[in-house]
Design a protein around this ligand. Structure first.
Ligand code: SAM
Ligand code: SF4
Length: 313
């Protein structure tokens, strides 16, 4: 592979039990037809092909991965693939307390949980749901079961939750979690320049309260990590090209290969899987595409036309 790519993000469903207003419209988005969504067999087949191409880590995402039927079974099968050293999951946490033990048994250790506010009224306003305490319970359960690391993904929006930066730092330090502040990406009907808060501003606020000392964190991908207040905090900048730091590929729930989050086109692996193409041939085709890969200019992205729940974040 041209870049040092070792991570594959797989969206296992476009469906979600929340309606985060920075991710999708309040009415949700038209669900993909079931027959278009990759089956477990297809996900495992593709993952094995990618393992043969040097992928070592798989992150399962969505939509909300925990709403996919029999997800634990799928995760166990991913863990068993030869060459895959680590399988992780990104979840909104709403169903986590019920699934945490199963995840652990399936061999999952690393978990990212999205949480954008520590206030129940805001949680409802942002996610359109009542799952606030369920998410907190999910975090507690994950801690009890020894998941490590547990990362909290927090999308910061000016005028919506930017007054919680210090609270989030206090919460994550107290709970021993790795907090990651994410810059709001322009991918949603909520998008409005006023909500955008440059990550540098967030960093300044954290620095004033806790100090920041640059540190490396294994498999950090697009996040930049710092030691702060006795813990670790990450910052993810989204309005710039991160090509040099990017170590990942993406597959959407319908089997579209995305070489870059900002790529406007995609390539259907689903079609290859279903038209009788052999694994070796699929591997060669993917390999050729990776060699051709050029840097994608994030400014050319079709803002507002692609939803994160479809891309998988
Ligand atoms: N449902 C799961 C969750 O929320 O963790 C997994 C899928 S979600 C699309 C993956 C990540 O994308 C989440 O951490 C979410 O906060 C992030 N995300 C979604 N829309 C975003 C946006 N407009 N800007 C920045 N991050 C976004
Ligand atoms: Fe669902 Fe995650 Fe999007 Fe929120 S960010 S709507 S939880 S997919």
């Amino acid at each position: 592979m041209k870049r040092d790519i070792d991570t594959l993000r797989i969206s296992v469903t476009d469906r979600c039990n929340l309606r985060c207003n920075y991710c999708m419209p309040p009415e949700g988005i038209e669900p993909m037809l079931h027959e278009k969504v990759l089956t477990f067999e297809e996900i495992i087949r593709l993952s094995s092909i990618f393992a043969g191409l040097g992928i070592k880590k798989i992150r399962v995402t969505g939509g909300e991965p925990l709403v996919r039927k029999d997800i634990i079974k799928l995760l166990g099968q991913l863990v068993d693939i030869s060459g895959i050293e680590e399988v992780a999951i990104t979840t909104n946490g709403a169903y986590l307390s019920g699934f945490a033990a199963g995840l652990k048994e399936a061999g999952i250790n690393r978990i990212n949980i999205s949480l954008d506010t520590l206030r129940i009224d805001r949680f409802k306003a942002i996610t359109g749901s009542e799952y606030f305490y369920e998410v907190l319970n999910g975090i507690k359960k994950a801690k009890e079961l020894g998941f490590s690391p547990i990362k909290i993904n927090t999308v910061l929006m000016r005028g919506i939750n930017d007054d919680e930066i210090i609270d989030f730092m206090g919460f994550s330090l107290k709970e021993g979690l790795i907090l990651r502040f994410i810059e709001f990406m322009k991918v949603t009907p909520l998008w409005n320049e006023d909500y955008f808060m440059p990550i540098e501003e967030v960093k300044d606020i954290v620095c004033k309260g806790f100090g920041l000392e640059k540190t490396e964190y294994p498999g950090s991908g697009p996040a930049q990590y710092y030691k702060a207040g006795g813990g670790i905090v990450g910052f993810i900048k989204t309005d710039e090209n991160n090509c040099q730091r990017c170590n990942r590929l993406r597959i959407t729930s319908t089997g579209e290969l995305k070489l870059c989050l900002y790529e406007t086109g995609s390539f259907s692996l689903n079609e290859l899987l279903r038209n009788g193409t052999s694994d070796d041939r699929i591997r060669d085709i993917i390999s050729a595409k990776l060699c051709l890969k050029e840097e994608v200019d994030y400014r050319k992205w079709e803002w507002g036309k692609v939803y994160m729940s479809v891309l998988g974040g």
